[in-house]
Design a protein around this ligand. Sequence first.
Ligand code: WQD
Length: 338
Amino acid sequence: MKILVTGGLGFIGSHTVVELQNEGFEVVIIDNLSNSSEDVLDGIVAITGQQPVFEKFDLREKSKVQDFFARHHDIEGVIHFAASKAVGESVEEPLLYYENNLGVLVYMLQELTKKDKGNFIFSSSCTVYGQADKLPITEDAPVKPAESPYGNTKQVGEEIIRDTCNVNPDLSAIALRYFNPVGAHPTVEIGELPIGVPQNLVPFITQTGVGLREQLSVFGDDYPTNDGTCIRDYIHVVDVAKAHVVALQRLLNKKNESNYEVFNLGTGKGSSVLEVIKSFEKVSGEKLNYKIVDRRAGDVIQAYADTQKANNELGWKAHSTLDDSMKSAWDWERKIRN
Ligand code: WQD
Protein backbone atom coordinates (compact mmCIF):
# COMPACT_ATOMS: atom_id res chain seq x y z
CA MET A 1 0.00 0.00 0.00
CA LYS A 2 1.45 3.32 -1.11
CA ILE A 3 1.76 6.22 1.34
CA LEU A 4 3.01 9.74 0.60
CA VAL A 5 5.18 11.31 3.29
CA THR A 6 5.85 15.00 2.66
CA GLY A 7 8.90 16.29 4.50
CA GLY A 8 9.95 12.65 4.79
CA LEU A 9 13.64 13.48 5.09
CA GLY A 10 13.12 15.76 8.09
CA PHE A 11 13.47 14.84 11.75
CA ILE A 12 10.07 13.32 12.52
CA GLY A 13 9.37 12.49 8.87
CA SER A 14 12.42 10.25 8.45
CA HIS A 15 11.67 8.31 11.64
CA THR A 16 8.10 7.84 10.44
CA VAL A 17 9.26 6.57 7.04
CA VAL A 18 11.30 3.91 8.87
CA GLU A 19 8.30 2.79 10.94
CA LEU A 20 6.05 2.72 7.85
CA GLN A 21 8.52 0.59 5.93
CA ASN A 22 8.93 -1.71 8.93
CA GLU A 23 5.15 -2.22 8.82
CA GLY A 24 5.25 -3.11 5.12
CA PHE A 25 4.04 0.17 3.60
CA GLU A 26 5.48 1.40 0.32
CA VAL A 27 6.66 4.97 0.89
CA VAL A 28 6.98 7.89 -1.50
CA ILE A 29 8.75 10.94 -0.07
CA ILE A 30 8.46 14.51 -1.29
CA ASP A 31 10.98 16.90 0.28
CA ASN A 32 12.54 20.16 -0.96
CA LEU A 33 15.63 19.63 1.25
CA SER A 34 15.17 23.12 2.72
CA ASN A 35 15.86 21.77 6.20
CA SER A 36 17.12 18.26 5.47
CA SER A 37 19.59 16.35 3.35
CA GLU A 38 19.46 13.60 0.75
CA ASP A 39 21.92 11.64 2.95
CA VAL A 40 19.02 10.88 5.25
CA LEU A 41 17.90 8.37 2.61
CA ASP A 42 21.05 6.33 3.30
CA GLY A 43 20.15 6.22 6.99
CA ILE A 44 16.63 5.01 6.17
CA VAL A 45 18.01 2.30 3.88
CA ALA A 46 20.60 1.26 6.50
CA ILE A 47 17.82 0.68 9.04
CA THR A 48 15.10 -0.86 6.87
CA GLY A 49 17.00 -2.28 3.91
CA GLN A 50 14.47 -0.56 1.66
CA GLN A 51 14.83 2.45 -0.58
CA PRO A 52 11.80 4.74 -0.51
CA VAL A 53 10.88 6.58 -3.71
CA PHE A 54 12.10 10.17 -3.39
CA GLU A 55 10.94 13.19 -5.37
CA LYS A 56 12.65 16.50 -4.73
CA PHE A 57 10.40 19.49 -5.26
CA ASP A 58 8.77 22.37 -3.47
CA LEU A 59 5.11 21.81 -2.65
CA ARG A 60 4.41 25.52 -3.13
CA GLU A 61 4.56 24.74 -6.86
CA LYS A 62 0.94 23.82 -7.23
CA SER A 63 1.28 22.39 -10.75
CA LYS A 64 3.91 19.97 -9.46
CA VAL A 65 1.59 18.84 -6.68
CA GLN A 66 -1.19 18.26 -9.24
CA ASP A 67 1.19 16.42 -11.54
CA PHE A 68 2.42 14.26 -8.67
CA PHE A 69 -1.08 13.09 -7.73
CA ALA A 70 -1.90 12.46 -11.39
CA ARG A 71 1.15 10.18 -11.65
CA HIS A 72 0.59 8.49 -8.28
CA HIS A 73 -3.17 7.89 -8.35
CA ASP A 74 -2.67 4.84 -6.11
CA ILE A 75 -1.58 6.84 -3.04
CA GLU A 76 -3.80 5.62 -0.21
CA GLY A 77 -2.70 7.93 2.57
CA VAL A 78 -0.77 11.15 3.06
CA ILE A 79 1.29 12.06 6.12
CA HIS A 80 2.03 15.75 5.77
CA PHE A 81 5.13 16.88 7.67
CA ALA A 82 6.50 19.41 5.17
CA ALA A 83 6.32 22.80 6.88
CA SER A 84 8.45 25.54 8.39
CA LYS A 85 8.84 25.29 12.14
CA ALA A 86 11.01 28.08 13.57
CA VAL A 87 8.92 30.29 15.84
CA GLY A 88 11.30 33.30 15.66
CA GLU A 89 11.66 33.14 11.87
CA SER A 90 7.88 33.05 11.54
CA VAL A 91 7.67 36.44 13.28
CA GLU A 92 10.19 37.87 10.76
CA GLU A 93 8.67 36.20 7.70
CA PRO A 94 4.98 35.59 8.31
CA LEU A 95 4.07 35.26 4.64
CA LEU A 96 6.67 32.55 4.11
CA TYR A 97 5.02 30.62 6.96
CA TYR A 98 1.49 31.17 5.73
CA GLU A 99 2.47 30.08 2.23
CA ASN A 100 4.53 27.04 3.29
CA ASN A 101 2.28 25.82 6.06
CA LEU A 102 -1.19 26.84 4.88
CA GLY A 103 -0.98 27.42 1.11
CA VAL A 104 0.56 24.00 0.65
CA LEU A 105 -1.98 22.41 3.01
CA VAL A 106 -4.77 23.75 0.78
CA TYR A 107 -3.12 22.26 -2.34
CA MET A 108 -2.83 18.87 -0.63
CA LEU A 109 -6.46 18.87 0.47
CA GLN A 110 -7.61 19.96 -2.99
CA GLU A 111 -5.92 16.87 -4.44
CA LEU A 112 -7.19 14.54 -1.71
CA THR A 113 -10.80 15.66 -2.10
CA LYS A 114 -10.63 14.65 -5.77
CA LYS A 115 -10.05 11.04 -4.74
CA ASP A 116 -12.72 8.46 -3.90
CA LYS A 117 -11.20 8.17 -0.46
CA GLY A 118 -8.60 10.51 1.06
CA ASN A 119 -6.66 9.74 4.24
CA PHE A 120 -4.65 12.56 5.73
CA ILE A 121 -2.46 12.99 8.81
CA PHE A 122 -1.41 16.48 9.86
CA SER A 123 1.48 17.56 12.10
CA SER A 124 0.00 19.85 14.67
CA SER A 125 1.45 21.05 17.93
CA CYS A 126 0.79 21.48 21.63
CA THR A 127 1.50 25.13 20.90
CA VAL A 128 -2.25 25.45 20.09
CA TYR A 129 -3.01 25.17 23.83
CA GLY A 130 -0.76 28.07 24.91
CA GLN A 131 -0.62 28.10 28.72
CA ALA A 132 -3.41 25.64 29.42
CA ASP A 133 -5.62 26.25 32.46
CA LYS A 134 -5.58 22.57 33.46
CA LEU A 135 -2.78 20.01 33.50
CA PRO A 136 -2.29 17.47 32.09
CA ILE A 137 -3.71 18.93 28.87
CA THR A 138 -6.63 17.12 27.26
CA GLU A 139 -7.59 17.48 23.60
CA ASP A 140 -10.71 19.44 24.51
CA ALA A 141 -8.72 22.16 26.29
CA PRO A 142 -9.44 25.51 24.64
CA VAL A 143 -7.19 26.63 21.81
CA LYS A 144 -5.55 29.88 22.96
CA PRO A 145 -4.59 32.86 20.77
CA ALA A 146 -1.36 31.97 18.97
CA GLU A 147 1.88 33.57 20.15
CA SER A 148 3.48 33.55 16.68
CA PRO A 149 2.62 33.18 13.00
CA TYR A 150 4.03 29.64 13.27
CA GLY A 151 1.60 28.77 16.07
CA ASN A 152 -1.18 30.40 14.10
CA THR A 153 -0.47 28.19 11.07
CA LYS A 154 -1.06 25.12 13.25
CA GLN A 155 -4.35 26.48 14.62
CA VAL A 156 -5.63 27.64 11.25
CA GLY A 157 -4.30 24.47 9.62
CA GLU A 158 -6.46 22.38 11.96
CA GLU A 159 -9.48 24.58 11.13
CA ILE A 160 -8.89 24.24 7.38
CA ILE A 161 -8.82 20.46 7.70
CA ARG A 162 -11.86 20.34 9.98
CA ASP A 163 -13.92 22.55 7.64
CA THR A 164 -12.84 20.51 4.61
CA CYS A 165 -13.73 17.21 6.33
CA ASN A 166 -17.12 18.65 7.28
CA VAL A 167 -18.22 18.86 3.67
CA ASN A 168 -16.19 15.92 2.30
CA PRO A 169 -17.29 12.68 3.96
CA ASP A 170 -14.82 10.73 1.81
CA LEU A 171 -11.91 12.61 3.35
CA SER A 172 -10.68 11.40 6.75
CA ALA A 173 -8.05 13.27 8.71
CA ILE A 174 -6.24 13.10 12.00
CA ALA A 175 -4.31 16.02 13.50
CA LEU A 176 -1.56 14.92 15.86
CA ARG A 177 -0.58 17.54 18.43
CA TYR A 178 3.06 16.90 19.24
CA PHE A 179 4.48 17.91 22.58
CA ASN A 180 8.33 18.06 22.49
CA PRO A 181 9.77 15.37 20.20
CA VAL A 182 13.45 14.65 20.95
CA GLY A 183 16.05 11.91 20.60
CA ALA A 184 17.20 9.88 17.62
CA HIS A 185 16.78 6.42 16.17
CA PRO A 186 18.49 3.85 18.47
CA THR A 187 20.63 2.70 15.51
CA VAL A 188 21.92 6.30 15.25
CA GLU A 189 21.46 6.09 11.49
CA ILE A 190 19.03 9.04 11.56
CA GLY A 191 18.38 11.89 14.01
CA GLU A 192 17.86 15.62 14.29
CA LEU A 193 19.98 17.92 12.10
CA PRO A 194 19.28 21.48 13.22
CA ILE A 195 20.70 24.13 10.91
CA GLY A 196 22.70 26.85 12.69
CA VAL A 197 22.31 27.53 16.40
CA PRO A 198 19.59 25.25 17.80
CA GLN A 199 16.60 27.03 19.32
CA ASN A 200 15.38 23.90 21.07
CA LEU A 201 16.66 22.63 24.39
CA VAL A 202 17.82 19.10 23.64
CA PRO A 203 19.97 19.77 20.53
CA PHE A 204 21.47 22.76 22.34
CA ILE A 205 22.39 20.50 25.27
CA THR A 206 23.99 17.82 23.11
CA GLN A 207 25.88 20.41 21.02
CA THR A 208 27.18 21.95 24.26
CA GLY A 209 28.13 18.50 25.52
CA VAL A 210 30.14 17.81 22.39
CA GLY A 211 31.88 21.20 22.58
CA LEU A 212 30.18 22.90 19.63
CA ARG A 213 28.52 25.45 21.96
CA GLU A 214 30.23 26.87 24.99
CA GLN A 215 27.35 27.07 27.41
CA LEU A 216 23.64 26.41 27.63
CA SER A 217 21.50 29.32 28.80
CA VAL A 218 18.63 28.13 30.98
CA PHE A 219 15.80 30.58 30.40
CA GLY A 220 14.58 31.46 33.87
CA ASP A 221 14.59 29.69 37.24
CA ASP A 222 11.90 31.75 38.92
CA TYR A 223 8.83 30.03 37.44
CA PRO A 224 6.25 28.57 39.82
CA THR A 225 7.48 24.97 39.37
CA ASN A 226 9.40 22.56 41.67
CA ASP A 227 12.84 23.84 40.71
CA GLY A 228 11.82 27.14 39.09
CA THR A 229 12.45 26.05 35.48
CA CYS A 230 9.78 25.41 32.82
CA ILE A 231 8.17 22.02 32.40
CA ARG A 232 7.61 20.24 29.08
CA ASP A 233 6.62 16.78 27.89
CA TYR A 234 9.68 15.42 26.04
CA ILE A 235 8.74 12.45 23.87
CA HIS A 236 11.07 10.12 21.97
CA VAL A 237 10.83 10.68 18.21
CA VAL A 238 10.43 6.93 17.57
CA ASP A 239 7.33 6.91 19.80
CA VAL A 240 6.02 9.88 17.81
CA ALA A 241 6.77 8.07 14.54
CA LYS A 242 4.94 4.92 15.67
CA ALA A 243 1.87 7.00 16.54
CA HIS A 244 1.68 8.09 12.90
CA VAL A 245 1.55 4.49 11.75
CA VAL A 246 -1.29 3.59 14.12
CA ALA A 247 -3.16 6.78 13.21
CA LEU A 248 -2.80 5.87 9.53
CA GLN A 249 -4.01 2.32 10.19
CA ARG A 250 -7.02 3.77 12.02
CA LEU A 251 -7.93 5.75 8.89
CA LEU A 252 -7.26 2.89 6.49
CA ASN A 253 -9.31 0.45 8.60
CA LYS A 254 -12.06 3.09 9.01
CA LYS A 255 -11.93 2.79 12.78
CA ASN A 256 -12.19 6.53 13.20
CA GLU A 257 -15.36 7.70 14.93
CA SER A 258 -15.57 10.97 13.06
CA ASN A 259 -13.80 11.90 9.81
CA TYR A 260 -11.75 14.53 11.66
CA GLU A 261 -10.01 13.70 14.91
CA VAL A 262 -7.31 15.24 17.09
CA PHE A 263 -4.86 13.42 19.37
CA ASN A 264 -2.14 14.55 21.76
CA LEU A 265 1.24 12.88 21.34
CA GLY A 266 3.11 13.09 24.60
CA THR A 267 4.32 10.86 27.40
CA GLY A 268 2.03 12.33 30.04
CA LYS A 269 5.05 13.19 32.17
CA GLY A 270 6.42 16.69 32.57
CA SER A 271 10.15 17.33 33.04
CA SER A 272 11.79 20.58 34.04
CA VAL A 273 14.77 22.04 32.19
CA LEU A 274 17.03 21.12 35.12
CA GLU A 275 15.70 17.54 35.05
CA VAL A 276 16.54 17.31 31.36
CA ILE A 277 20.08 18.53 32.11
CA LYS A 278 20.40 15.95 34.92
CA SER A 279 19.23 13.19 32.61
CA PHE A 280 21.80 14.26 30.02
CA GLU A 281 24.58 14.27 32.62
CA LYS A 282 23.53 10.82 33.84
CA VAL A 283 23.44 9.09 30.46
CA SER A 284 26.50 10.87 29.03
CA GLY A 285 28.72 10.92 32.11
CA GLU A 286 29.54 14.54 31.12
CA LYS A 287 29.11 17.66 33.22
CA LEU A 288 27.08 20.23 31.29
CA ASN A 289 28.20 23.85 31.30
CA TYR A 290 25.08 25.97 31.86
CA LYS A 291 24.00 29.22 33.43
CA ILE A 292 20.66 30.63 34.48
CA VAL A 293 19.62 33.68 32.45
CA ASP A 294 16.42 35.73 32.09
CA ARG A 295 13.17 34.17 30.96
CA ARG A 296 12.63 33.79 27.21
CA ALA A 297 9.66 35.72 25.82
CA GLY A 298 6.67 33.55 24.94
CA ASP A 299 7.56 30.49 27.05
CA VAL A 300 4.63 28.85 28.81
CA ILE A 301 5.32 27.66 32.37
CA GLN A 302 4.18 24.07 32.02
CA ALA A 303 2.82 21.85 29.28
CA TYR A 304 2.35 18.10 29.43
CA ALA A 305 -0.15 15.86 27.74
CA ASP A 306 -3.08 13.89 28.94
CA THR A 307 -2.52 10.78 26.84
CA GLN A 308 -5.75 8.91 27.64
CA LYS A 309 -7.38 9.57 24.27
CA ALA A 310 -4.40 8.33 22.27
CA ASN A 311 -3.97 5.37 24.65
CA ASN A 312 -7.62 4.31 24.44
CA GLU A 313 -8.57 5.14 20.87
CA LEU A 314 -5.29 4.69 18.99
CA GLY A 315 -4.07 1.91 21.25
CA TRP A 316 -0.77 3.74 21.38
CA LYS A 317 1.45 4.92 24.18
CA ALA A 318 4.96 6.27 24.47
CA HIS A 319 7.42 3.70 25.79
CA SER A 320 10.76 5.48 25.98
CA THR A 321 11.90 7.35 29.06
CA LEU A 322 13.58 10.75 29.18
CA ASP A 323 16.89 8.94 29.78
CA ASP A 324 16.32 6.84 26.62
CA SER A 325 15.66 10.01 24.65
CA MET A 326 18.71 11.82 26.00
CA LYS A 327 20.94 8.79 25.46
CA SER A 328 19.92 8.47 21.80
CA ALA A 329 20.25 12.23 21.25
CA TRP A 330 23.75 12.12 22.74
CA ASP A 331 24.82 9.05 20.74
CA TRP A 332 23.58 10.75 17.56
CA GLU A 333 25.33 14.04 18.33
CA ARG A 334 28.65 12.26 18.90
CA LYS A 335 28.24 10.23 15.75
CA ILE A 336 27.61 13.20 13.46
CA ARG A 337 30.44 15.26 14.95
CA ASN A 338 33.00 12.50 14.44
C1 WQD B 1 11.98 23.75 26.00
C2 WQD B 1 12.34 24.37 27.33
C3 WQD B 1 12.81 26.72 27.22
C4 WQD B 1 16.47 26.37 24.85
C5 WQD B 1 8.84 23.70 21.05
C6 WQD B 1 8.72 24.26 19.65
C7 WQD B 1 7.36 24.82 19.45
C8 WQD B 1 6.33 23.75 19.72
C9 WQD B 1 6.50 23.19 21.08
C10 WQD B 1 6.23 22.43 17.69
C11 WQD B 1 11.70 25.74 27.55
C12 WQD B 1 14.04 25.93 27.65
C13 WQD B 1 15.32 26.08 25.56
C14 WQD B 1 17.60 26.88 25.53
C15 WQD B 1 16.36 26.74 27.60
N1 WQD B 1 6.50 22.62 18.88
N2 WQD B 1 15.26 26.27 26.92
N3 WQD B 1 17.50 27.04 26.89
O1 WQD B 1 9.55 26.09 23.81
O2 WQD B 1 8.50 23.87 24.33
O3 WQD B 1 8.72 24.75 21.97
O4 WQD B 1 7.84 22.74 21.25
O5 WQD B 1 5.31 22.72 17.08
O6 WQD B 1 7.25 25.29 18.19
O7 WQD B 1 9.72 25.24 19.45
O8 WQD B 1 10.69 23.87 23.20
O9 WQD B 1 13.01 23.09 23.16
O10 WQD B 1 12.54 25.52 22.64
O11 WQD B 1 12.25 24.70 24.98
O12 WQD B 1 16.31 26.93 28.83
O13 WQD B 1 18.63 27.20 24.95
O14 WQD B 1 13.74 24.60 27.38
O15 WQD B 1 12.72 27.92 27.92
O16 WQD B 1 11.37 25.84 28.90
P1 WQD B 1 9.32 24.70 23.42
P2 WQD B 1 12.20 24.29 23.40
